[in-house]
Design a protein around this ligand. Structure first.
Ligand SMILES: Nc1ncnc2c1ncn2[C@@H]1O[C@H](COP(=O)(O)OP(=O)(O)OP(=O)(O)O)[C@@H](O)[C@H]1O
Ligand SMILES: [Mg+2]
Length: 477
């Protein structure tokens, strides 16, 4: 249709790196059905001895294709149409070359070329699956994925480092960045909202390293967490009440333990009339309320200027008349501003942070404030923390890959300089079955009058709270 084809007598070879030619293409990858994608993935495995031959042929066709097509035209076409066009030209090239390959291999090569030119190369079949939580690419080694809480090595890999680097450039170019020696780290986002981190040599010793946290359009809900056994129905009820009665909440957990998911669940119980402001590094939360303002930090640009930090965002949002402030992840001096906000009439504010226990969450908060350059005495910081935070919810990814809410803990006060915490709900591990799955149970600690009882009464939720705590205790007997 638009090709520079002339009976397949191709013009001069284009002296350009294939993927770089199309970096300006903001093409949303085609999303085949997951099952079909998985089947295709199976199909993508040429036998090792054929590997070199396969890649040589692909390279040859790629080169010929670039001579045959008009990339500028391609960039303004609809993705489906562009794919169709590439398929038809590549088919012609293969026919002209009289290459002796099976129809399946031919399809495979053409599909990979489409993915290389228009999408994210070998990542495409993985991006099309919605059961994958993370995709991890370490240079040209096989790609790892996380499925159902477990890390799995796939047999998909990039051809070489430059192939991977091209795809990385394409991803980061969408946020106006480049990665190279002088700027070797970058956070970006895919068009579907997935969070991406790229780090390249000389910092990454194994070659370009790409990590993708898939964005789930349908975030898990609290009732699904109950189904998965992450929490009991009584524990979930307790969390709903905690969210509803405007407790200030800190969600603590390790990397990928489900903090953001849990935060998103808790926001589901916020009154629709409240004005909520969310501050995130990479917008992941999906609040259902009508009155939500979403803010996102900005990394520095290529010249290293223009950065807007989380602290600046949180400070700014205090001037935006928030009723609740939600910080996606607290990792620096914004901890101080969040505590202040919690202390000054923005009840029901929430944030997540990386820590392994509720007590450690408090000390992490304290060190973030100290390292942020605030010269406050330790006791003052602790007083501020314990008077601001009502509840710490601890999430964990256990060694069998399952995710559990391991603590719902109240922050009561200070005794001397030591924060007093009271667990309401804990997860106790008792062993492991023959398949390596953790055996354990959620248990109420028997507290029937938590410190936020008056708050619950103020919101007319004390009966519901009493019922939830009693039911939790009955189940624990
Ligand atoms: N209770 C759960 N059961 C099963 N899967 C879960 C559960 N909670 C979260 N997940 C899945 O685990 C993945 C990581 O979740 P999430 O992004 O909430 O973790 P996180 O702790 O915020 O991670 P990070 O530290 O990278 O910000 C997501 O794909 C999510 O759907
Ligand atoms: Mg998170």
């Amino acid at each position: 249709m638009f090709g520079k084809r002339d009976g397949l007598k191709f013009q001069q070879p284009a002296q350009v790196e294939p993927a770089l030619v199309v970096t300006h293409l903001a093409v949303v990858p085609q999303q085949p059905e997951p099952a079909a994608a998985a089947a295709k993935e199976e199909k993508r495995k040429p036998a090792p001895d054929k590997l070199a031959l396969y890649y040589d042929l692909k390279k040859e066709i790629f080169g010929a294709l670039l001579e045959a097509i008009d990339v500028t035209q391609l960039s303004i076409m609809e993705p489906q149409e562009a794919r169709h066009e590439i398929r038809s030209i590549a088919g012609d090239i293969l026919a002209a070359k009289k290459a002796v390959i099976s129809a399946a291999t031919q399809d495979e090569i053409v599909e990979e070329i489409c993915n290389d030119v228009l999408g994210y190369g070998p990542l495409e079949p993985l991006l099309a699956r919605d059961d994958i939580a993370d995709i991890m690419v370490n240079g040209s080694d096989p790609i790892y994925i996380e499925v159902g809480g477990r890390m799995i090595q796939t047999d998909i890999h990039f051809r070489d480092s430059s192939h991977l680097l091209n795809v990385c450039q394409r991803i980061v170019s969408q946020v106006g960045r480049r990665v190279d020696e002088s700027s070797p780290m970058c956070d970006a986002r895919l068009p579907d909202g997935s969070r991406v981190n790229v780090i390249v040599p000389p910092l990454a010793l194994n070659g370009p390293t790409l990590t993708i946290r898939r964005f789930k359009k349908d975030k898990l809900r609290l009732d699904q967490l109950v189904q998965f056994g992450s929490i009991t129905p009584e524990g979930a009820e307790l969390l709903k009440i905690i969210g509803r009665v405007r407790c200030n909440i800190l969600i603590s957990g390790g990397t990928g333990s489900g903090k953001t998911t849990l935060l998103n669940c808790l926001t589901g119980y916020v009154d629709p009339e409240e004005r909520i402001i969310t501050c995130e590094d990479s917008a992941e939360l999906q609040l259902q309320q009508p009155h939500v303002v979403r803010l996102e930090t900005r990394p520095p640009n290529v010249e290293g200027i223009g950065e807007i930090t989380m602290r600046q965002l949180v400070k700014n949002c205090l001037r935006m008349r928030p009723e609740r402030i939600i910080v996606g992840e607290v990792r620096g001096p914004e901890a101080f501003d969040l505590l202040q906000a919690m202390n000054t009439g923005h009840d029901g504010s929430m944030g997540t942070l990386h820590a392994n226990t509720p007590r450690e969450a408090l000390s992490r908060l304290e060190s973030m404030i100290t390292m942020g350059g605030f010269t406050l005495p330790t006791k003052t910081i602790r007083e501020m923390a314990v008077s601001s935070i009502d509840i710490i919810v601890q999430a964990a990814r256990l060694r069998d890959g399952s995710r559990r809410i391991t603590h719902i803990t109240e922050v009561i006060g200070l005794e001397g300089e030591v924060p007093i915490l009271q667990d309401l709900f804990v997860y106790e591990m008792s062993g492991e079955d023959e398949k390596g799955n953790i055996i354990g149970r959620h248990r109420s600690t028997g507290v029937l009058r938590p410190a936020f009882w008056d708050r619950a009464r103020y919101y007319g939720e004390e009966k519901r709270l009493a019922a939830a705590l009693e039911a939790a205790q009955d189940r624990s007997l």
